[in-house]
Design a protein around this ligand. Sequence first.
Ligand SMILES: Cc1cc2nc3c(=O)[nH]c(=O)nc-3n(C[C@H](O)[C@H](O)[C@H](O)COP(=O)(O)OP(=O)(O)OC[C@H]3O[C@@H](n4cnc5c(N)ncnc54)[C@H](O)[C@@H]3O)c2cc1C
Length: 385
Amino acid sequence: MTALDVPRPDWMSEDVVLLEDQSRRFFDAEMVPHYDGWIDEGIVPRWAWEKTGEAGLLCAALPEEYGGAGGSFAHEAVITYQLGMAGLDSFGIVLHNAIVAPYILHFGSEDQKKRWLPKLATGEMIGAIAMTEPGAGSDLQGVRTTATKDGNHYRISGSKTFITNGQNANLIIVVAKTDPAAGARGTSLFVVETDAVEGFRRGRNLKKLGLKAQDTSELFFDDVRVPADALLGAEEGQGFVQLMTELPQERLLVAVQAMAMIERALEVTIAYVKERQAFGKAVMEFQNTQFALAEAKTEATIAKVFMNHCIGQLIAGRLDSTTASMAKYWLTDLQCKIVDQCLQLHGGYGYMAEYPISRMYQDARVQRIYAGTNEIMKLLIARSL
Ligand SMILES: Cc1cc2nc3c(=O)[nH]c(=O)nc-3n(C[C@H](O)[C@H](O)[C@H](O)COP(=O)(O)OP(=O)(O)OC[C@H]3O[C@@H](n4cnc5c(N)ncnc54)[C@H](O)[C@@H]3O)c2cc1C
């Protein structure tokens, strides 16, 4: 059953459709049965990452020479969507596949790509990106972590927080200041292999409102010595430009995750209200239910068409920051609105943990906050006015 029926976009070639189907079957059969346990433990175990790699669902967009499947963002988009449709919103492969790996692919040297990408594609390495600090979230220029040149090495010092995959990750892209006096131009990105350095420490796996199987963590860098070629890019000071180049893709991915949850919320709610009886009839038969779901389906259809358009634009290299920000802000706002409405239609059962809509309600909320808050998205959109 699909709650939404929008025309198949041009980027959905036959192989992408096949991958979509394969992803869904894999997630349902191999991951979903374990998911409740991972929620209790607050982390997805490494074997699940490796198994996902064996299934070809890690780094599918990487060229084959670096261990990927030679796909495009279309492949990452359908894997992301099916992960959401399977309800596995805490499994941090989206960030690993479509955010961490692209930084290395786009800005790494040949040597860096050969060293790290194949291991990301198998799951031997798990990726994270550490931008946020206790004192710097929306305002990334306020980052205080420093990387100081020391002969053939850099010494990294500082602390990061809210880092997705923070307990599992052993390949972390770290945002640091190489020239604290130079503002944005003094920011650089470093790739830290955590197993190979001293002075790196993981802090708490943070307790959260939702995404409970996600090991969102604190990270500490205490004079961590990394080789000079841990720097991403040919020279220092490129960090901000690199971040700005990749952020539209990150924001669109959040929109894709939002859309998947919207569709899943509609699916489970439509099934529920047809089943549940009150006043001698199915809840679906009340006009209020029909109107609420009709409104939700209409907005969801508009959202999916827009999402498909944005994915097509990104694949064509034409997705600008303004449009990506619109997608991130509007779809995540809509996600929270529709999930809330769907929970309401479940009555008290919607509040019970055993009903998927209650977990969706918890997991949805952060979508308006990370990858740039929705207020920051509006600031970016306003620049185009
Ligand atoms: C579950 C989770 C996972 C995350 N994963 C990662 C990760 O993997 N890597 C990473 O680096 N970070 C990650 N983050 C951090 C996330 O990106 C930040 O929380 C986010 O950017 C907001 O920063 P902040 O929390 O410091 O809020 P603040 O910047 O302190 O914002 C507080 C409020 O002020 C508003 N605000 C701030 N500036 C302005 C302005 N100029 N105009 C109007 N309003 C403004 C904000 O919108 C917000 O409402 C994650 C966060 C969470 C919760």
